[in-house]
Design a protein around this ligand. Structure first.
Ligand code: ATP
Ligand code: MG
Ligand code: FE
Length: 332
C-alpha cells in the first residue's frame, strides 16, 4: 500500500510518501512569515499553505520516486489545529483522492505525533506512556495499541511549548522562541534562578503561573539593572528550561510509578528540547525505564507521522468519505 500524507494544521506545510509502513519521503516547508509577528497569524498560515501545498506534494512524490497513479490512498490531518490551515490540506486531499479515485484517511494530529515512534527502530512496546509536548498540547497519554490511546493527564491552561515561546518573547527572542531558549541554555547555569512550581491534581499540568512569575521576575530585575537580560541570557534560559523540564518530569514519574509502566516515550515539538531529552535519559536510567525519543525531524510537525498513522488506520480499513470536514477541536 502506497500512501501520500498531508499535514497543514499550523505553520508547517508537509507531505510524505509511505510504502508498506516505510517512509519514502518527508518534505517540510516551514512558514517564515510568522516570525516578524511573534506568533502564528492564522490567515497568513492559510495563505502560505495554499502557496506551498502543490510544490511540497510534488517534491514528496519526486523524492519517493512514486507517480500519482501508483498511490493507493491519501491521508490528511483533520484536526486539531487552525481551521483555515486545516481546510487547505483537507480540501487538497479530498480533491486529489476524488481525482485519482482512491480512498481517503483522516488523521488526528496528536495521535500522529505519538505514532511517529513507529517510523524507525527502536519502537516502544505496548502499553507505553507518551509525554506529548507541543505548541498547543501537553498530555500524558497511555497507549495500549497503535489506534488505542487514552489521555490520563493534561494541561489545564497553557501548553509547555507556549510557555517556552512566551518566556522567550519576554526575553525579546524571535518566534518560535523554544529552540532559542534551548540554545542559550546550553552554556547557562540551570540552578542560578528559581521559579515556583505549581502543584496540580493527578497527572495534570499548569503553565500559566510560571509564565506570570517569570514576567514579574524580569520586571523586578530589569528595574534594578537595564542590561539584566543581556548580561544573564544563558543563565536565565537554563533556569527557565530546567524549571519547565522539572514540571514535566514530576508528573511523568508519578504516572509511571502508579501505572507500573516503564516504557516511556516523548512526542511533539518540545521533545526536540535537549534539556528534556537529557533529563529523561538520566531519570530513565535511575528508574529502569526504556526511554524512546524520536529523531529531531519527527518531533515537530511533519507529514511522515501522518503517513504512519494512516498506515495503521489503512490496515484496519478505517477510511473516510468525501463528506469529511476539518475539525479544529478534534476529540480523541
Ligand atoms: P500542536 O502539535 O499542539 O498542534 P504545534 O503543531 O504548533 O502544536 P509542534 O510543531 O509539534 O507544535 O511544536 C512546536 C513547539 O515546539 C513550539 O512551541 C516550539 O517552540 C517548540 N520547540 C521546538 N523545538 C524546541 C526546543 N528545542 N526546545 C523547546 N521547545 C521547542
Ligand atoms: Mg509549527
Ligand atoms: Fe504538532
Amino acid at each position: 500500500m502506497i500512501i501520500l500524507a498531508i499535514e497543514s494544521s499550523c505553520d508547517e506545510t508537509s507531505a510524505a510518501v509511505l510504502q508498506d509502513g516505510k517512509i519514502l519521503s518527508n518534505v517540510i516547508a516551514t512558514q517564515a512569515i510568522h516570525q516578524k509577528y511573534g506568533g502564528v497569524v492564522p490567515e497568513l498560515a492559510s495563505r502560505a499553505h495554499q502557496q506551498q501545498i502543490i510544490p511540497v506534494v510534488e517534491k514528496s512524490l519526486t523524492d519517493a520516486q512514486v507517480t500519482k497513479s501508483e498511490l493507493n490512498a491519501i491521508a490528511f490531518t483533520r484536526g486539531p489545529g487552525l481551521l483555515g490551515a486545516l481546510l487547505v490540506g483537507t480540501s487538497f486531499a479530498k480533491a486529489m483522492a476524488l481525482g485519482l479515485g482512491i480512498p481517503l484517511i483522516d488523521i488526528h494530529h496528536m495521535q500522529a505525533h505519538i505514532l511517529a515512534h513507529f517510523i524507525d527502530d527502536p519502537q516502544p512496546k505496548f502499553p507505553f506512556l507518551c509525554l506529548t509536548v507541543s505548541g498547543g498540547h501537553t498530555q500524558i497519554v497511555k497507549v495500549t495499541d497503535h489506534l488505542s490511546m487514552e489521555i490520563i493527564g493534561q494541561t489545564q491552561d497553557d501548553a509547555v511549548g507556549e510557555a517556552f515561546d512566551k518566556t522567550a518573547k519576554l526575553l525579546n527572542l524571535p518566534y518560535p522562541g523554544g529552540p532559542l531558549i534551548d540554545k542559550y541554555a546550553q552554556t547557562g547555569d540551570p540552578l542560578r534562578f528559581a521559579f515556583p512550581l505549581v502543584e496540580m491534581p493527578g497527572y495534570d499540568y499548569s503553565f500559566s503561573g510560571i509564565k506570570t512569575a517569570f514576567m514579574y521576575f524580569l520586571k523586578k530585575e530589569t528595574t534594578k539593572d537595564e542590561a539584566f537580560i543581556h548580561k544573564n541570557m544563558a543563565d536565565i534560559c537554563a533556569s527557565i528550561q530546567h524549571t519547565l523540564v522539572q514540571i514535566l518530569l514530576r508528573k511523568l514519574k508519578k504516572a509511571a510509578k502508579e501505572t507500573g509502566i516503564c516504557e516511556i516515550a516523548i512526542a511533539g515539538g518540545v521533545s526536540a528540547n535537549s534539556g528534556l531529552r537529557k533529563s529523561l535519559q538520566e531519570e530513565g536510567k535511575k528508574l529502569g525505564w526504556n526511554v524512546y525519543i524520536p529523531k529531531f525531524e519527527y518531533c515537530t510537525d511533519n507529514a511522515a507521522m501522518i503517513a504512519m498513522a494512516a498506515y495503521y488506520k489503512g490496515l484496519k480499513g478505517h477510511f473516510c468519505g468525501q463528506d469529511v470536514s476539518a475539525l479544529p477541536r478534534m476529540s480523541w
